[in-house]
Design a protein around this ligand. Structure first.
Ligand SMILES: O=C1O[C@H](COP(=O)(O)O)[C@@H](O)[C@H](O)[C@H]1O
Length: 259
């Protein structure tokens, strides 16, 4: 196993987690826009968009016009369905900032009845718009990931074949153990080629799983397999989620000071 060196940050409140994310995303986007003219970022669903957006949407020093927004995973449902990650990110984030609609890459709503085609279509969109390395692997500037109580991330669930997919950048699942069952998801090789990955985890309900991932390094948990080869890995937590982690695992300075 290659070395695993995440920067793990714990903050007393969810609001302070949001502030940490605002500062990190402001700096990452500024650097990416200066170097490559745009900032490519993928959002997860669940609790993450609310935590990320709470302070970021108030930032006055972020050039959202150069942001390109993607979805780390998506449920196969129409854009206006309550299960849609796109709808969640739109309500919490996109409706409050000036990311051009042409730079928001959602699942094709006409393909949600055919998850395999929806995944292939989404992969093509990513390949067209995200810079790739010399092996054709997308290099996202930042992936914002959550974890489920079973250690899943994106729609990569424990003991499911999607975790092992290495020949696609987006795959599909028809029987997700967490509803709704049909979904599409970025694959592990894409997660591990990103320039920066930030897991955002809050609440005491995730504390035991965080201990399994970060201390016991339980490799049966898909989120434990995320370790970008050439990028940086952050875990940004609140103290409730971090309560079972040893103090020496926690960084003493802010995420931006590690860039
Ligand atoms: O189903 C999903 O769950 C995870 C975790 O969600 P949370 O509500 O426990 O934070 C999320 O990261 C993923 O994108 C989503 O589709």
């Amino acid at each position: 196993m290659s070395s695993y060196c995440p920067v793990v940050i714990s903050k007393p409140t969810i609001q302070q987690v949001s502030l940490e994310l605002r500062d990190l995303l402001a700096k990452l986007s500024k650097e990416a826009i200066a170097q490559r003219g745009k900032f490519t970022v993928a959002f997860s669903g669940g609790s993450l968009p609310t935590t990320v957006a709470a302070e970021l949407t108030k930032a006055t020093d972020v050039d959202f016009s150069a942001w390109y927004v993607y979805f780390a995973d998506e449920r196969c449902c129409p854009h206006d369905h309550p299960d849609s990650n796109y709808l969640l990110v739109k309500d919490e984030f996109l409706s409050k900032v000036d990311v051009p609609a042409s730079q928001v890459f959602a699942i094709n709503p006409e393909l949600v009845g055919d998850p395999e085609r929806a995944a292939a279509d989404y992969a093509a969109k990513v390949k067209e718009t995200v810079p790739v390395d010399n092996q054709g692997m997308p290099l996202f500037d930042c992936l914002l990931l959550g974890i489920g109580p079973d250690g899943h991330t994106c729609s990569l669930f424990p003991d499911r074949p999607q975790v092992k997919v290495s020949d696609k950048i987006v795959t599909h699942i028809l029987d997700s153990p967490k509803p709704p069952p049909p979904r599409i998801t970025l694959t592990l090789p894409v997660l591990n080629h990103a320039r920066h990955v930030a897991f955002v985890v809050t609440g005491a309900g995730k504390a035991e799983m965080l201990e399994s991932i970060l201390v016991k390094r339980d490799q049966s948990r898909p989120s434990a397999l995320v370790s970008p080869e050439h990028g940086m890995l952050f875990w940004i937590l609140d103290d409730a989620a971090a309560q079972r982690l040893p103090a020496d695992l926690l960084a003493k300075s802010s995420a931006v000071s590690h860039l």
